[in-house]
Design a protein around this ligand. Structure first.
Ligand code: MN
Length: 387
């Protein structure tokens, strides 16, 4: 089984979600939770962007015990110095330098030629290496760049001392088949690729972030950049919880595992949702409220007979439990299983009466909770006494 490293960027790309800025103490807490759960690298921020960012990255670097702590930098001396300064006290520091490589970014954003980008990337990686022997190089907007130019700039980055090469799908544009082909092409052509780790960074603009990251893993990428709850710019990043649980559940397909302890997922997800004031959608994979909830009668009956009928992930493995929601679509099997768990027992007639009372209530409200069931049982008994 090969290892896929998890590079968490919740505190950098994730925090770049509109309105998601976290307090310094929340950032420290999330960094600690990620470190304890077994993330390989924590990208703690972009130190040059402001003083608060610099101080926070520095504090995280100082306190992180196991994971590498990475700081982001553009290919300029000031950025690299700020990043180096912020991670200097980390046990395992990393400087992450990036430059855009696509025609659209080079022309409209940076106003430079490919030749100039190549020169800047090479200088930046060499400069970063003078501070730190762990340097990641990213070709921003790689998926809209000329693959031949990517080979050229990545080969130059390796020669200058980069230890990880990251392929970002910055705008969430690529498809899984194209991603698999692109990573395969890069691995076949980059000079010195055998000495470095290939990484992937995907966005969810077309809902393909996780699929694209997994396609990259199939082609040999051994680091995935992701965020808790998939938060990030625009439609967000690849979700950490989806990557680690997909690799675990479908090890038969990917033959690779992460070091992340999935039992922590629910707890970290809640901490990030609270800290960013971004609630998780109910139907979100793995961490959504409904991810292990069943309401249809047929599904409930199946799950009560054997969980594997409708669940492919054991909810306990991700810090969750199966819930059977009672409502107008639920079945008798789940209704009486829940009533039994609440200590309610019935004779034949009481059972019929209770079920009828449940149907009347379920017709009026979206879901029927434990308190409702207790009240219904009391009501049924009263009806019986009165008649
Ligand atoms: Mn990004």
């Amino acid at each position: 089984m090969e290892t896929v490293e998890i590079f968490d960027t919740t505190l950098r790309d994730g925090e770049q979600s509109p309105g998601a800025a976290m307090t310094a103490s929340t950032r420290l807490t999330i960094a600690r939770l990620l470190d304890e759960a077994g993330v390989d690298t924590i990208e703690a921020g972009f130190p040059i962007s402001n003083e608060v960012s610099f101080a926070s990255v520095k504090a995280i670097a100082k306190r992180t015990r196991h994971a590498r702590v990475a700081a982001l930098a553009r290919c300029t001396q000031e950025d690299i110095e700020a990043a180096a300064g912020a991670v200097s006290t980390a046990r395992r520091p990393r400087i992450h330098v990036f430059i855009a490589t696509s025609p659209v970014h080079l022309r409209h954003k940076l106003g430079i030629s490919t030749g100039r980008a190549l020169e800047m990337a090479t200088d930046a990686v060499s400069r970063a290496r003078t501070y730190c022997d762990d340097v990641e190089f990213s070709a921003e907007d790689a998926t809209r760049s000329d693959p031949a130019f990517l080979v050229q700039i990545f080969s130059a980055a390796v020669a200058a001392g980069a230890t990880t090469l990251n392929v970002p799908d910055t705008v969430g544009y690529i498809t899984p088949a194209e991603m698999e082909a692109l990573i395969g092409y890069l691995r076949a052509h980059i000079t010195g690729v055998e000495r470095v780790r290939i990484s992937v960074h995907t966005h969810d603009d077309l809902g393909m972030a996780t699929a694209n990251a997994l396609a990259a893993v199939r082609a040999g990428a051994r680091q995935v950049e992701c965020t808790i709850n998939g938060i990030g710019e625009r439609a967000g990043n690849c979700a950490l919880e989806e990557i680690v649980v997909a690799l675990q559940t479908r090890a038969d397909v990917f033959g690779a595992a992460t070091r992340f302890d999935t039992a922590n997922l629910q707890h970290i997800s809640k901490a990030v949702a609270r800290g960013t004031r971004m609630p998780v959608q109910k139907n979100k994979a793995v961490v959504g409220a409904n991810a292990f909830a069943h309401e249809s009668g047929i599904h409930q009956d199946g799950v009560l007979k054997d969980r594997s009928t409708y669940e492919i992930v054991d909810p306990r493995s991700v810090g969750r439990a199966t819930t059977l929601t009672l409502g107008r679509n639920s079945g008798r099997h789940a209704l009486f299983a829940r009533a039994g768990a609440l200590g309610l027992t019935f004779d034949e007639e009481g059972r019929r009466e209770f079920a009828r009372a449940f149907d009347r209530l379920a017709a009026q409200q979206a879901s029927v909770g434990d308190a409702d069931l207790m009240a219904l049982a009391a009501g049924s008994a009263l009806t019986e006494c009165a008649s």
